[in-house]
Design a protein around this ligand. Structure first.
Ligand SMILES: [Fe+2]
Ligand SMILES: [Fe+2]
Length: 211
């Protein structure tokens, strides 16, 4: 079974490849809006789904077992995810192929490149050192299933307030510690905030925007 840190890295590699494909299209005078859309739409949707899947499945567990100041790592990551979502939203608000669209794509790429490097160096590295192989693999299964259960990025495309997110997860972890019978189900409930909107009422700031 796949380790969640490997699956996240596979998505990161795919993101880099898709931005490189956009470079080629930009340099090809024959490319049109349809060609750009064919690369951009799956890329933009997967960026949003990837961030949401990490927020639901990976970061709650990093907060639980991480040892390199996981709260700071998570605050940074959620802020970065918001920047990536902002870039996607800006590009999608502009006519495809125009200057404003390319500006949005470039902002998305810059935010994502910076974030992936930090996530790989910090959160993922911390998690590989501290999480048991069985946990990394069970989370890998959940990560894969997430994309089957969420085929449409529109359902997850919303910003989160980083501090509210960390507080909500840490409070749920505390409850689990006080009452072990809550077990992993409680953490799943934390992960389900996107569906139950509990975080939205507590601090989400913006509304909406494949595998
Ligand atoms: Fe990531
Ligand atoms: Fe991330």
């Amino acid at each position: 079974m796949a380790d969640i840190t490997d699956l996240i890295m596979e998505d990161h590699a795919w993101f880099r490849e898709q931005f490189a494909r956009l470079d080629l299209l930009r340099g090809d005078a024959a490319s049109d809006a349809e060609a750009l859309h064919t690369v951009w739409r799956p890329l933009a949707d997967r960026l949003d789904l990837h961030a949401a899947a990490e927020e639901e499945i990976f970061y709650p567990q990093l907060l639980r077992v991480g040892e390199e100041d996981p709260a700071a790592e998570t605050l940074d990551a959620i802020g970065d995810h918001n920047d990536i979502r902002d870039g996607v939203r800006d590009a999608d608000a502009a006519p495809i192929g125009g200057d404003a669209w390319w500006d949005g794509v470039t902002r998305t790429r810059l935010a994502n490149d910076e974030h992936m490097a930090e996530e790989e160096r910090e959160g993922l590295a911390d998690f590989r050192r501290t999480a048991a192989a069985g946990l990394r693999e069970s989370l890998g299964r959940r990560f894969t299933t997430y994309f089957e259960q969420h085929p449409h990025a529109e359902t997850v495309r919303r910003d989160l307030d980083p501090e509210t997110y960390v507080d909500t997860v840490e409070n749920a972890l505390d409850r689990t510690t006080e009452d072990p019978s809550l077990g992993i189900g409680s953490l799943r409930a934390v992960g389900g905030f996107r569906d139950t909107d509990s975080l939205e009422s507590a601090g989400n700031t913006k509304g909406p925007g494949p595998q």
